[in-house]
Design a binder for this molecule. Structure first.
Ligand code: SIN
Ligand code: FE2
Length: 216
């Protein structure tokens, strides 16, 4: 009887520190996963996934779109936030209420109360896609944290130091895991290793990542 009840209730999310200022909230987004994926689809209906080019001319292996007031873009002119989708010239889709709430709750749980994201980058990884080590530094206020939500197939996340040469820690990120970094960890290098061929019942071969920022 007790065992039955236990199996029916959703797992409690738990917090796993990575370093000072950074934490993984295991399965924090799991309970709302189907709704989150529906919202991603709706965002992508208005602003389709595209593979952008780095300032150096390389096509990124990750397909991206954005929602919220500000979208993150990259092209020959550089990395930046802008209010227009460069493909369509229109504003980015609004940030779904659920996204905003989830990001604010995760930030608060990690010790960053009052986080109000105005930008969400939606990354879609297919088999073979990866993201090299980088810092998130196109935002105005580094006092605001980054909230990163993983959905779908698992990947190895790398979390390094404040210099590119610092040896990164490796953390496996699975469906529903949320990473929050801020404060002393805000400018740490991070990235993900190549996505392996895999299957998730809700996303198929894909891994999605929602990265919430306060851009302005
Ligand atoms: C990012 O740093 O923008 C993405 C990280 C991830 O996919 O987990
Ligand atoms: Fe990043």
């Amino acid at each position: 009887m007790t065992i039955d009840l236990f199996e029916q209730s959703p797992p409690e999310p738990w917090a796993e520190p990575i370093c000072e200022g950074a934490v993984v909230l295991r399965r924090f987004a799991s309970v709302r996963d189907a709704e989150l994926l529906k919202e991603i689809e709706q965002v992508a209906d208005q602003a389709p996934f595209r593979q952008m080019k780095t300032p150096g001319g390389h096509t990124m292996s990750v397909a991206m779109t954005c929602c919220g007031d500000w979208g993150w873009v990259t092209d020959a002119q550089g990395y930046r936030y802008q209010q227009q989708d460069p493909v369509y010239g229109s504003s980015w889709p609004g940030m779904p209420e659920l996204f905003h709430t989830l990001a604010a709750e995760a930030a608060a749980k990690a010790g960053y109360a009052g986080f109000e994201p105005d930008s969400c980058l939606v990354n879609r990884y297919s088999t073979g896609a990866k993201m090299g080590l980088h810092q998130d530094k196109d935002e105005d206020d580094f006092g605001q944290p980054i909230v990163s939500v993983s959905l779908g197939t698992p990947v190895t996340f790398q979390f390094g130091g404040t210099r590119r040469s610092d040896r990164p820690q490796r953390v496996l990120l699975e469906h529903g895991d949320v990473v929050v970094w801020g404060g002393p960890a805000r400018l740490r290098y991070h990235g993900v290793l190549t996505l392996k061929a895999n299957h998730h019942p809700l996303t198929g071969v894909y891994r999605y990542n929602l990265t919430f920022r306060r851009a302005r």
